[in-house]
Every structure is written in structure tokens, then in C-alpha cells.
Design a protein around this ligand. Structure first.
Ligand code: FES
Length: 189
């Protein structure tokens, strides 16, 4: 594989290219090839490839993972960051096993998001954007998750938890703390 990064346009500022580039098993490379083969333009596969790299790099896009994506997709490092920082399902920092993404947009806000956020954060002893010291829980506030009719809600992995109350939150967090939480639709990582 080439280590060349293909610039589309000149950049106004210097971009630091990570020195290390991620490497993956033949199985993962085959999975990536299968996604690339679906599109006439390589960069169109950016999101599926990001999910794979995130999964393989411990749950977030680390600099070697970003370098790999730029190389495979033939885009600039900044193109990767532009997309990665737009979508809340792509992590650019390490997150806990239980990444609680609380919707903070209008319907959820009106229906009690502040109370839910306060309850979650108080119980875990962290603020939004932080991870617990044991690395197990991360809390994030995110924009509308498309479940406005069942507000307030949050997402853990790909699972939606809707019509939340403090009691419901406690029941979910109890299961997480006892490691009895079963991901219904898988983890984001
Ligand atoms: S406003 Fe919360 S899911 Fe849409």
C-alpha cells in the first residue's frame, strides 16, 4: 500500500501527518476492500471505513487510524477530520465501554433532558464529555438522534433508550455497572 497522501487542494496551513500508519489483518483489509468496491469514487466509502477503523483501533480514530483512512481513501488528513468531527457516532478520543450519548436537542430538552443529564452525571461522578476514572463510562451530549417522539432519550452503543425517567436510567446503569447490560444492536466500537 502506498504511503502517499493525495491532496485535493492546497491547504492554507501545515497539516501534521501522523508518523505511524495503522495496519490490519487480511480479514479486515478484505472487509475494507468490499466497501471500497461498492463506490465509483473511493472517498464515498469514508463512513463505513471509519466505523471499521474505529472498531479495530479500540473504539476511536487514533492518529495512525486517521493516517490509514487518508491513505486508503486518497484524501487529506484534514478531510478525515472534517467528517470525523461532524458525526457524533465517530469518536476522536477514547471512550468507555458504555458510551452514553444523551440527546440535547429541542424535543428532548423540553421533555426533561436536563434532569436526565444531571441524574446520569451525578451518579457517574463525571460531566458531559468526560469518562469515568475506570474508563468504563463516557457521557456525551449530542444533537437529535431522530427519536423525538419518545423524548427524552439516550443511546448506548447502537441501542436507543427512550421515554427516560431517573428510575429507568438507574435500572439501565445498574445493569451496566454489574456488566449485565447486553448490547441489542452492538457497540459503536
Ligand atoms: S430531539 Fe431528541 S431525539 Fe430528536
Amino acid at each position: 500500500m502506498s504511503n502517499q497522501f493525495t491532496p485535493n487542494n492546497p491547504l492554507p496551513q501545515e497539516v501534521k501527518v501522523p508518523e505511524e500508519i495503522a495496519k490490519f489483518s487480511p480479514e479486515v483489509e478484505a472487509e475494507i476492500d468490499a466497501h471500497l468496491a461498492k463506490y465509483p469514487v473511493k472517498r464515498s466509502a469514508i463512513l463505513p471505513l471509519m466505523f471499521i477503523v474505529q472498531r479495530e483501533r479500540g473504539g476511536y480514530l487514533d492518529p495512525p487510524g486517521v493516517a490509514y483512512l487518508a491513505d486508503r481513501l486518497g484524501v487529506r488528513i484534514t478531510d478525515i477530520w472534517e467528517v470525523a468531527t461532524f458525526y457524533s457516532m465517530i469518536n476522536t478520543e477514547p471512550v468507555g465501554k458504555y458510551h452514553i450519548q444523551i440527546c440535547k436537542t429541542l424535543s428532548c430538552k423540553v421533555m426533561g433532558e436536563p434532569k436526565i443529564t444531571e441524574h446520569v452525571c451525578k451518579r457517574l461522578g463525571i460531566k458531559p464529555g468526560e469518562t469515568t476514572a475506570d474508563g468504563r463510562f463516557t457521557v456525551s451530549l449530542v444533537e437529535c438522534l431522530g427519536s423525538c417522539g419518545t423524548a427524552p432519550m439516550f443511546q448506548i452503543g447502537f441501542d436507543y433508550h427512550e421515554n427516560l425517567t431517573p428510575e429507568k436510567v438507574d435500572e439501565i446503569l445498574d445493569r451496566c455497572e454489574r456488566d449485565e447490560y447486553v448490547f441489542q444492536h452492538g457497540r459503536l466500537t
